[in-house]
Design a protein around this ligand. Structure first.
Ligand code: ATP
Length: 306
């Protein structure tokens, strides 16, 4: 009996860990992806956030020593500004966000927040200061309210509703059979990708971190949903230092700086009009996206007619 109770306890422990932890990429990495060697330095101090200026200084990174992923990455996101990273699949965009979160340590150079090397501060304080809206949010098998409140468990009902409103999901929730008490997740009501992302945005609005990482969904969203999500993202990133892995044109156009990443290097950088004028990789990506969205619009119009 004793032999059996240990594994059962362990399963219970795992279940609680997973239930508490597996809400989003942020937590998933802590459980699955984070190499064991990432620990707090002895005497690590909590991160002291002033404005939340993020700097990458000549950052080099590889997962496997024989395959460099990032080389000479240098950029700054001034406090409260937005920098967008674009580039082909596999260029290393998500890796940059993982390094900022310190899921991995850089192999060369350094990353600082308000002048403090992320390796010198406690991970707990770093994660508290940073919010991530991932592409794919995994929701708890619990109520909508619970899923939003997870961002700040002590938030009042009014604050949860306000966050939902800012995230453009309040009307949707109001129309659900049990409103905020509706069960969602695998065993409850299934939400669409765009709805789940707005729940994640509401959660992040409640958490109110000074630094934000947005990983936009690659999947095609209809124009209406895209506009709603964009409005929600604008709300959450206002006055926050924001690093966005961008797939949508509407985001990059307004970014304070766009970094074009190719094979682990920044090959072009600047604001949208400058990059267009340059006629390089960004300009060709832009042209291709424009064509794709025009084709999609035509298809939609044709389907609507038929
Ligand atoms: P996408 O737009 O397709 O999401 P990305 O630009 O975000 O791509 P990354 O996810 O940063 O690209 O991946 C960059 C490279 O690193 C890829 O070649 C990928 O195969 C590799 N890579 C990513 N994660 C790991 C890992 N955990 N171990 C080893 N290699 C990895």
């Amino acid at each position: 009996l004793l032999q059996l109770s240990i594994p059962l306890n362990f399963i219970g422990f795992l279940y609680r860990e997973i239930r508490q932890g597996l809400t989003d990429l942020e937590a998933m990495f802590q459980l699955l992806g984070q190499p064991a060697e990432i620990t707090d330095r002895p005497g690590a101090a909590p991160l002291a956030v002033q404005g939340g200026t993020v700097r990458f200084e000549d950052v080099t990174f590889h997962y496997d020593a024989d395959r460099p992923i990032l080389r000479g990455i240098a950029f700054e996101v001034p406090a409260g500004r937005t920098v967008a990273i674009v580039g082909p699949s596999g260029a290393g965009k998500s890796t940059i966000s993982r390094l900022l979160f310190r899921f991995y340590d850089v192999t060369g150079g350094r990353i600082t927040i308000d002048g403090q090397d992320v390796r010198d501060v406690t991970q707990e304080s770093l994660r508290r200061a940073t919010g991530m809206v991932p592409q794919d949010t995994v929701l708890f098998n619990d109520t909508v309210a619970y899923n939003i409140r997870y961002g700040r468990p002590e938030a009042s009902e009014a604050e949860v509703h306000e966050a939902a409103r800012m995230a453009q999901i309040a009307d949707f929730i109001a129309a659900l059979p049990d409103g905020y008490r509706t069960e969602v997740g695998e065993r409850g009501l299934k939400l669409s990708g765009g709805e789940k992302q707005r729940v994640a945005i509401a959660r992040t609005i409640l958490k109110a971190p000074p630094i934000l990482i947005l990983d936009e969904a690659t999947s095609a969203l209809d124009t209406h949903t895209e506009r709603e999500i964009q409005a929600a993202l604008d709300q959450v990133s206002r006055n926050r230092t924001t690093l966005v892995i961008a797939h949508r044109l509407s985001t990059v156009v307004n970014a304070d700086e766009i970094l074009v990443l190719e094979k682990g290097r920044i090959v072009e950088r600047g604001r949208h009009p400058e990059l267009l004028a340059k006629g390089g990789l960004y300009a060709s990506m832009w042209a291709r996206q424009q064509e794709a969205s025009e084709a999609e619009e035509r298809l939609r119009a044709a389907t609507a007619d038929g």
